[in-house]
Write a protein that binds this ligand. Structure first.
Ligand code: ADP
Ligand code: ZN
Length: 725
């Protein structure tokens, strides 16, 4: 099924092949000497076209329903990705091969029905089994309606089963193994009474009549967005509908699952990459078959079929993790908005810091805008202030003013979080005598010194080496430049001994269960100091945190990507949102060398909406997304000239019929121009009208022919890119 093929293949089958392959079933197809598994998309007459013979139909009941197939075909066309890879991304791993879902089943015969009705079947057990078989089974595929898995009949009734078979009242067949899902327990928790703003948000969605509408729920950190979801989810579940909740991070799901399980009488089916194939298959089938009512997952859950959809929720809709960054480059939020429309159900997009794309839709009235301005618990928003660190005597990246504030909050009994988006001890090792910097031999990047591990590591390709004792070129002593979280942890542990410190970054939380342990230490108040990267930004609710310090705001402020200012405002407000969530008021201190930077000053003085309005004006001026639609063509190969030539060829071809409807920028080297020994270039296409962009993409495919142009060159199309790296 997976393969770099655009239109799919045409298969044929003999008239006798039973059952006839329906759309959505897997088939085994002969491909030359070998055979492969394919998925049937549609049936039709293929007179005169090249076809391949179907050897066997693997499923009696479609794995994907018509709505799912339509969505996947749309996604393949929209993201310009081979349909085979799209289909396999949408199926759980266990179903990508030939694995059969069929088990022995029983079916009631016509004479069996008569026997049941006339009372000819005497024994109580016989009647019970026949009655069970006569019932329509909910959640099973059409073909399975009158079949019951043998395993569903109690073991004690084996004799009864044999007698029923002997009398011809039942017959044997094959049935899809039942996808069972345990029911949840009744709610163990009384919900808080909603604030006025929360109630208004709930009422607005209710008044929408559960039809399709995209709702942007913009609520400050801690404003109770999740409570709004919960109330609406409960209603959808009570109406017998399914609810799909998608979150950006796997690490956020345990808390959410816990909270949802305590509140809702439904056991959530969970779909994320941390599951075994078996767990994933069970959850996926329970959702697709309609036995599980509530599903919580990360981005790949965006494609799970829903038998009786009622509501879709996307939490932290601004988060770039909702966009798949390799292979099939879809955006889960955008796919879900499409599906909500297709299925005619409301979709809630929640965030404290919505993406400019969604805000623009809301401001233009295409999305309905719901806002929560206050924190639900009554806590106030933290006070945010800038610290000018120019010419300050820094102690391990911490200015005297921040150091004093940390001490003050610790002595007052608060917890302190320090955000630094660089892991390792120091981002580079340099020689002051000759200017040598330890660089990666395969990338245009420096090596980060990881002192705990005693290694120099490249964060882009994984290359690592030992730490040289002195400068390899002049043998002078090497010194560190810049700050990483390891170093910050060291400095603070030495300065504030006895307060307990936890570091949250990819290195410190790599071991199984370490992350949960660290979070628990923070929650219990054993660790009063927390140092971390991006991991701190995401959704945690620690009531004891009163101070959040941002060690280096400049890094994000001066990012190369045109989304730099938007990203900066989002991560700053998200990390700031960890402060002062309970009784004690919070404080946020932001260290910078450029306190008069317009984005920073506007954010502090006027807030997020003002920053985003200014951003939108700038993007309009520069004709960048979301004002125009974009696609990024990336290519890489060991030979730089070959990559440049490949993209130049595309650019020229497009340029020939370019007009004012399509802009072609590039080719230019990617921000990281060489990674893992490959030279990387990109071409940005921009158009005001989406169809102009798609026409250009089809043209490129025609020109290049296949996704594998050979000579070790790789290339890809990224529609609506969120990251220009
Ligand atoms: P968000 O999803 O916007 O970050 P949450 O729904 O997690 O906010 O709520 C933040 C905190 O406020 C949680 O501890 C939650 O239990 C509490 N909370 C939410 N709504 C209310 C309410 N109406 N009254 C009291 N506390 C609330
Ligand atoms: Zn490297």
């Amino acid at each position: 099924m997976p393969g770099p093929f655009f239109g799919g293949f045409i298969y044929h089958h003999d008239a006798e092949l039973t059952p006839a392959p329906q759309p959505g079933v897997r088939v085994r197809v002969a491909f030359g000497q070998s055979s492969r598994v394919g998925l049937v998309l549609a049936q039709g007459d293929a007179q005169g076209q090249e076809t391949r013979p179907i050897e066997e139909v693997l499923d009696h009941v479609p794995l994907l329903d018509a709505a799912s197939l339509a969505c996947l075909e749309w996604a393949a066309a929209y993201y310009h990705h081979p349909i085979g890879e799209v289909l396999s991304a949408a199926l759980p791993t266990a179903l990508r091969g030939e694995r059969s879902l069929r088990v022995a089943g029983l079916k009631i015969t016509a004479s069996g029905r008569v026997a049941l009705e006339t009372g000819e079947a005497r024994g109580k057990r016989q009647q019970a089994v026949l009655a069970a078989l006569a019932q329509e089974k909910e959640g099973q595929g059409k073909e399975d309606q009158d079949l019951l898995a043998v395993s569903a009949i109690p073991e004690a009734d084996a004799g009864v089963r044999r007698r029923l078979l002997e009398r011809g009242w039942v017959e044997l067949g094959e049935v899809n193994a039942p996808a069972e899902w345990p029911a949840g327990e009744p709610s163990r928790e009384t919900p808080p009474s909603l604030s006025d703003e929360q109630r208004a948000a709930v009422a607005a969605v209710e008044e929408g009549g559960w039809q399709f509408a995209a709702w942007l729920l913009e609520g400050v950190t801690g404003s109770g967005k999740t409570e709004v979801y919960l109330v609406l989810i409960e209603q959808a579940l009570a109406a017998g509908r399914q609810v799909l909740v998608v979150v950006p991070e796997i690490s956020l799901t345990p808390q959410l699952i816990d909270r949802f399980s305590r509140r809702l009488a439904a056991r959530p089916a969970v779909l994320h990459s941390g599951l075994s194939d078996g767990e994933r298959l069970a959850a996926w089938r329970a959702v697709a078959g309609g036995t599980a009512s509530l599903v919580i997952g990360t981005r790949s859950a965006a494609f799970v079929p829903l038998a009786r959809p009622g509501l879709i929720v996307v939490d932290e809709e601004h988060d770039a993790a909702l966009k798949q960054q390799e292979g099939f480059l879809y955006h889960a939020r955008d796919v879900l908005v499409w599906r909500a429309r297709q299925m005619g159900v409301p979709i809630l997009l929640g965030s404290a810091t919505p993406s400019l794309e969604s805000l623009r839709h809301a401001w233009a009235g295409r999305y309905r805008h719901l806002r929560l301005h206050q924190r639900a618990s009554g806590a106030s928003m933290p006070a945010m202030r800038c610290l000018d660190i120019r010419a300050q005597p820094m102690e391990g990246g911490v200015s005297p003013a921040l150091m004093t504030a940390i001490e003050r909050h610790l002595l007052a009994g608060g917890q302190v979080m320090l955000y630094l988006n660089r892991r390792g001890y120091a981002p580079s090792l340099v020689c002051h005598a000759c200017g040598y910097v330890a660089g990666c031999p395969h990338c245009d990047a420096y090596l980060t010194w990881h002192r705990d591990a005693g290694r120099l590591r490249c964060h882009h390709c994984g290359f690592e080496q030992g730490v040289p004792p002195d400068c390899p070129s002049c043998h002078a002593a090497l010194s560190v430049r810049g700050m990483g979280t390891e170093q910050l942890e060291d400095v603070l542990a030495a300065r504030f001994p006895g307060f307990g410190i936890v570091r949250l970054d990819r290195d410190a939380t790599a071991g199984k269960g370490v992350m949960a342990q660290s979070l628990a230490r923070i929650a219990r108040g054993e660790a009063r100091l927390v140092v971390g990267t991006q991991m701190l930004v995401k959704g945690h609710d620690f009531p004891g945190v009163t101070l959040v310090g941002v060690i280096n705001a400049d890094q994000a402020l001066f990012a190369a990507d045109f989304r730099g200012p938007e990203r900066f405002a989002q991560s700053l407000l998200q990390v700031a949102g960890r402060a002062g969530r309970a009784e004690r008021p919070g404080e946020v201190l932001v260290q910078t060398h450029d306190p008069s930077h317009p984005v920073l000053t506007r954010l502090l003085a006027e807030g997020y909406t003002a920053v985003m309005a200014a951003e939108l004006a700038e993007r309009e001026q520069a004709e960048l997304p979301p004002t125009r639609f974009a696609a990024l063509i990336r290519a890489d190969a060991p030979d730089a000239e070959r990559v440049r030539g490949f993209l130049s060829g595309i650019a020229e071809q497009l340029g020939q019929d370019a007009n004012d409807r399509l802009s072609v920028w590039g080719p230019v080297p990617a921000p990281l121009a060489r990674r893992a020994g490959r030279h990387r270039f990109q071409l940005l296409l921009l158009a005001r009208v989406r169809s102009d962009l798609h026409r250009a993409l089809w043209q490129i495919d025609e020109q290049v022919g296949t996704r594998r142009p050979g000579q070790r060159l790789r290339w890809s199309i990224d529609v609506d890119p969120v990251d220009l790296a």
